[in-house]
Design a protein around this ligand. Structure first.
Ligand code: GRF
Length: 201
C-alpha cells in the first residue's frame, strides 16, 4: 500500500510539527510531505525545525489561503491528511469540505473550555490561570466549519497548581501535545486505512 500523505500547517515555533515529522520518519504507514507556514522565517521556528529534518517549510500568505492557492498546493502535494499544528488562520470552508474527515487541529485546553475566538497560545493559559482552574490539557479534534467545535478525537489533562504561572501551564500542556499528537494521528490514519481495505475486500 502507498503511504498516506500528511500536510502540516503551522504558524510559529513548530514544536508539534517537528514531533510529527520525527514520528513518521521511517514509518511504513504515512509520511509528512508538506509543511506550510503563514509567517515569514524570521518569525517562525518551524522553518528551521523542518529543514533540520530534511523538509523545507513552504511560506504561505493569508490571501493564498482565502483565494484557494493553498488548497491547490495541498492537492499538488497529494495530501491525504491535513494537520493544523498551531495554525492561527481560519481555514476557508472549501478547504474544510475538501478534507472533511481528514483535517484535524490541536488546541491547548480541554475544549469546550477556553476555546473560541481569541483563545490561542498564551491567551488560553492566562485564561486558565485567571479562572483558577485546577486542571488543563489539550484537545485534538476534527476541523469543521465552526472554529474549535468539531468532534473531539482525544483529550489529555494535567493538574494546575495554584501557584503555576501561565508559562508553567503552557509547558505542561506542550508536553502532553508532544506525547500524544503524533500518536493520535498515527492511530487515526491506521483506522482509516484498515476501513478502506475492509471495504475493498
Ligand atoms: C500549541 O500549544 C497548539 O496547541 C496551539 O499552538 C501551539 C503551537 O506550538 N494551537 P508549536 O508551534 O507546535 O510549538
Amino acid at each position: 500500500m502507498e503511504k498516506q500523505r500528511i500536510a502540516v500547517l503551522a504558524s510559529g515555533s513548530g514544536s508539534n510539527a517537528e514531533e510529527i515529522l520525527r514520528h513518521f520518519e521511517g514509518s511504513a504507514l504515512a509520511e509528512v510531505v508538506w509543511v506550510g507556514c503563514n509567517r515569514p522565517e524570521a518569525q517562525a521556528g518551524v522553518y528551521g525545525r523542518t529543514r533540520a529534518l530534511g523538509l523545507e517549510t513552504t511560506p504561505i500568505q493569508a490571501d493564498q489561503l482565502k483565494d484557494g492557492t493553498v488548497l491547490k498546493m495541498l492537492r499538488l502535494a497529494r495530501a491525504d491528511w491535513v494537520v493544523l499544528a498551531g495554525f492561527l488562520l481560519r481555514i476557508p470552508v472549501e478547504m474544510v469540505r475538501d478534507f472533511q474527515g481528514s483535517m484535524i487541529n490541536i488546541h491547548p485546553s480541554l475544549l469546550p473550555l477556553f476555546g473560541g475566538k481569541g483563545m490561542y497560545g498564551m491567551h488560553v493559559h492566562r485564561a486558565v490561570k485567571a479562572a483558577g482552574a485546577e486542571e488543563s490539557g489539550m484537545t485534538i479534534h476534527w476541523v469543521t466549519e465552526e472554529y474549535d467545535e468539531g468532534d473531539v478525537i482525544f483529550q489529555a489533562s494535567c493538574a494546575v497548581k495554584p501557584d503555576d504561572e501561565p508559562e508553567q501551564i503552557a509547558q505542561k500542556v506542550a508536553q502532553l501535545e508532544h506525547r500524544y499528537f503524533a500518536r493520535t494521528i498515527d492511530a487515526l490514519i491506521r483506522d482509516a486505512v484498515a476501513q478502506t481495505s475492509l471495504q475493498h475486500e
